[in-house]
Structure formats: C-alpha cells, structure tokens
Unconditional design. Structure first.
Ligand code: AR6
Length: 170
C-alpha cells in the first residue's frame, strides 16, 4: 500500500524518482514551480519538452530530470480558475489521476506533487487541496502505483492546509 504525506520543501531539491511540474499547455516553461524546475534541470529539459508538442489541460507527459535529483519529471497542466463553473474541479482531478497513471507505467516508486493550479492559475487553495487528496486516494491502491506519494508545499500555510485535509479525510 502506498504512503501519502505532505511536506514543506522546494520540489526541485527532492531526491525521489519523479517530481510533478505544474506546467502550461506549451510545456515551454514559465514562472512559479515550472520556472524553478527548468532552471534546476538545465536546458536539456526544455529541449526534450519541445519534442512533446504541448499538453492539454488535465493531461500529463513525462521527461527526464536531467540535472535534478529526480530521475523523471511529469508535466501536467492544471486549469486556470474561472470561478468554479468551467469544469475546473474535474480538470484538476484529472491532473492527479493522469500523472499517477503515467508514473505507474514507468514503474516510478516515489513521486512528489506541487499544489497544482493554486499559484498563477488562481485555484483557491482549500478546494484544490481537497481535490488533490481525494484524487490521489482514489487511485493509489491500483496496481503499480508509486509506494511513496508526497504533496510538496512551498509555504508553511499551504502545508497546514494539506495536513488538515489529510487528517480530515483519513
Ligand atoms: N517547489 C514547490 N512548490 C513551488 C515552488 C517550488 N520550487 N515554486 C512555486 N511553488 P504555480 P500554477 C508552488 O504558479 O498555479 C507557470 O508560469 C506555489 O507556491 O507554479 O499551476 C506555468 O508555466 C504554488 O503553491 O503553478 C503556468 O503558466 C504551486 O507551486 C502557470 O505558472 C503552484 O503555483 C501554472 O500555474
């Protein structure tokens, strides 16, 4: 059975099999966690991303980790928050599900997620956190899922929200 926990860290420092990037549909880099991952991984990451021809919102694609401690990066594109009636919840859930399905096909044993969509894309943190925890719990018992699943929070405030959600839904 997989373990699920929340930590506070810079995701680019984590020595897990895989880290997840909160990317945009171009997959050609940006700010926030995307910018941090590209700058830590080095230019080979952008070169590989160019070959992927983008990624639709809710979907996920995989690359190497290059100079990162992580061997792989899974790039997923969260929804932009438009008020909640534009399918945002389903798209955000799909990011977590599709990232884990891709991890399973690559035999990834350990993986960390950032708080997808809750930065530049404006998704309210509490609602996004509930979706993150629920979506991961729904699939983590399936065959070949990573043994270790981590929610990597950038701030102490985000960590507190994740820890409350993990307790609530235990
Ligand atoms: N490690 C862990 N979490 C981080 C890090 C880090 N190094 N840096 C930021 N975060 P955001 P989004 C947190 O804006 O909302 C980019 O330009 C951050 O505090 O990175 O999905 C892309 O190219 C927040 O909790 O992603 C897209 O255009 C979380 O990561 C767009 O932003 C997500 O914030 C995607 O927006």
């Amino acid at each position: 059975m997989s373990t699920l926990r929340a930590i506070q860290a810079d995701i680019t420092t984590l020595a897990l099999d895989c880290i997840v990037n909160a990317a945009n549909e171009s997959l050609l880099g940006g700010g926030g966690v995307d910018g941090a991952i590209h700058s830590a991984a080095g230019p080979q990451l952008l070169a590989q991303c160019r070959t992927l021809r983008g990624c639709a919102t809710g979907e996920a694609k995989i690359t190497g980790g290059f100079r990162l401690p992580a061997r792989y990066v899974i790039h997923t594109v969260g929804p932009v928050w438009h008020g909640g009636n534009a399918g945002e919840a389903e798209l955000l859930a799909a990011c977590y599900r599709n990232s884990l399905a891709l991890a399973a096909t690559h035999h990834i044993q350990s993986i960390a997620f950032p708080a997808i969509s809750t930065g530049v894309y404006g998704y309210p943190l509490a609602a996004a956190t509930d979706i993150a925890v629920r979506s991961v719990r729904q699939v983590m018992g399936q065959p070949d899922m990573p043994q270790e699943i981590v929610f990597c929070c950038f701030s102490e405030r985000d960590l507190a929200v994740y820890q409350a959600a993990l307790l609530r839904q235990d």
